[in-house]
Design a protein around this ligand. Structure first.
Ligand code: 2HG
Ligand code: ZN
Length: 451
């Protein structure tokens, strides 16, 4: 059970009496009824790739772990409805492959897709690299099957584009991080497969220039931009230093980079010409300093490897503190500057590793353990570093967790940011669905204030 008891980042080390691996919704429902009758808490776990400790049990040894890895079947795929019905334990990449085999695309895409599961991405409302174009997991889900904390089953695997029949219950379970029940299957929305793709890596003059490039691309064809990722210079340096990407495909290192991916299902879209024209304009305007366009699938993959290598590079470089924040897109450049300054004011020797999904306003304002500082000393200051970034983000009407969720790590922030009627309503929903507090206790909702 060892790999299931620790989170990907190694922040938490829990204990559990057992790991349940049901093979069907009925088996899970039966197990849940037993747990409910005995008052045993349950922790759902998908691919265990989460960043906030949401999928591991606590240290009490009382919480039963539940994996739906054996529930990984494709129940249906309909290229006319453009939907696929899959079980929660299916790996996201497998779901993408099924869609592709049918001439479609399941467009959610992120670094962990080779391990993360469909149940996990829905329970955390995963975002990733393509939110700018297709939205988050929530926008890609039409129907859901859920086992409730008492073992009752909601059968709502409807594949309808219009269905106004009372409360949209599925939205409650999407992003609930397993605190309201188990997502056991889902109807996912598919889109037409892309027939052409272009990827470019650009060195840009500064943060504002990066945003200006995004606006130029979106202005030409908003449906063409599939990813618009920002990397600060130190982030690129870290990936290259730890050998996680090929060499830098530009003449010289820069202080700011942007990865652009355009993709279209239209055979006559002329993406290459569009990208070249926009880059020429941006070069002339002094926004882009240098750029390389991928000439082959191998080069596209090599450019993406520079971006996708970042989480692993951070792991290899020691401990890291991760601030997964979002602000309105217009304010990303200012947030990058002020966030970096706030971290350095607190820890001048820190390495600020900023990167992420600029096109949707979500940046990972991460901090790397400084060389020469002990891991434990650095981590002891982690919450303070996150709060320094949070103060900047909050002043800009942003969010302390854009895509990674609350888990166990950020329940205190939820109390701070979403207090009042918002948190009170969440507590009432929790109490209504899970009165015994058996589903993933200690996650998302902070403990009640002592009366
Ligand atoms: C990504 O965008 C993931 O690569 C992980 O959300 C970000 O490691 C991180 O902070
Ligand atoms: Zn991300």
């Amino acid at each position: 059970m060892a790999p299931h008891l620790t989170d990907w980042r190694g922040l938490y080390h829990g204990a559990a009496p057992c790991l349940l691996r049901p093979a069907s919704t009925e088996e899970l429902a039966g197990a849940v009824r037993l747990c409910a009758a005995a008052g045993v808490p349950m922790v759902p776990q998908g691919g265990n790739t989460g960043m906030v400790g949401g999928a591991v049990p606590d240290e009490s040894g009382r919480q039963v772990l539940v994996s739906l890895a054996r529930m990984n079947r494709l129940r249906d795929l309909d290229p006319v409805d453009m939907t696929m019905t899959v079980e929660a334990g299916m790996i996201v990449r497998t779901a993408q492959e099924h869609a592709e085999a049918a001439g479609c695309l399941f467009p959610l895409s992120f670094g962990g897709e080779g391990s993360a599961t469909v149940g996990g991405i829905l329970s955390t409302n995963a975002g990733g690299n393509t939110t700018v174009r297709y939205g988050n997991a929530r926008e890609l889900c039409l129907g859901l099957e859920v086992v409730l904390p008492d073992g009752a089953v909601i059968h709502a695997l409807r594949r309808l584009r219009k269905d106004n029949t009372g409360y949209a219950l599925r939205q409650l379970f999407i992003g609930a991080e397993g605190t309201l029940g188990f997502v056991t299957a889902a109807v996912l929305r598919l889109v037409p497969r892309c027939v052409s793709e272009e990827v470019a890596l650009c060195a840009v003059a500064d943060e504002d220039a990066a945003l200006a490039l995004f606006r130029r691309l979106r202005g030409r064809d908003e449906t063409a931009v599939r990813a618009f990722e920002y990397l600060a210079g130190p982030a690129m340096d870290l990936v290259l230093r730890h050998g996680l990407g090929a060499s830098l495909p530009l003449a010289r290192p820069a202080a700011h980079y942007v990865l652009v991916e355009l993709a279209t299902s239209r055979p006559d879209a002329g993406l290459r010409g569009l990208l070249e024209a926009v880059l020429e304009e941006a070069l002339a305007a002094g926004e882009v300093e240098d750029a390389v366009l991928a000439e082959s699938e191998a080069q596209r993959a090599a450019i993406w490897a520079l971006r996708e290598g970042l989480p692993e590079a951070q792991t290899r470089a020691g401990a890291s503190v991760k601030s997964d924040v979002s602000v309105p897109i217009s304010r990303v450049p200012e947030m990058l500057r002020r966030g970096r300054a706030a971290v350095l004011a607190l820890m001048p020797e820190a390495r600020v590793i900023a990167f992420g999904h600029m096109g949707d306003g979500n940046i990972h304002m991460n901090v790397q353990q400084p060389e020469g500082m002990a891991r434990a000393d650095f981590l002891a200051r982690g919450y303070g570093l996150m709060e320094a970034v949070n103060a900047v983000v909050r002043a800009m009407d942003g969010s302390f967790s854009a895509e990674h969720g609350v888990g166990r790590l950020k329940t205190g922030m939820l109390r701070d940011w979403r207090g009042g009627a918002e948190l009170a309503t969440m507590r009432r929903i929790k109490a209504a669905l899970d009165p015994g507090e058996l589903m993933n206790p200690g996650k998302v909702l902070p403990p009640e204030d002592p009366a």
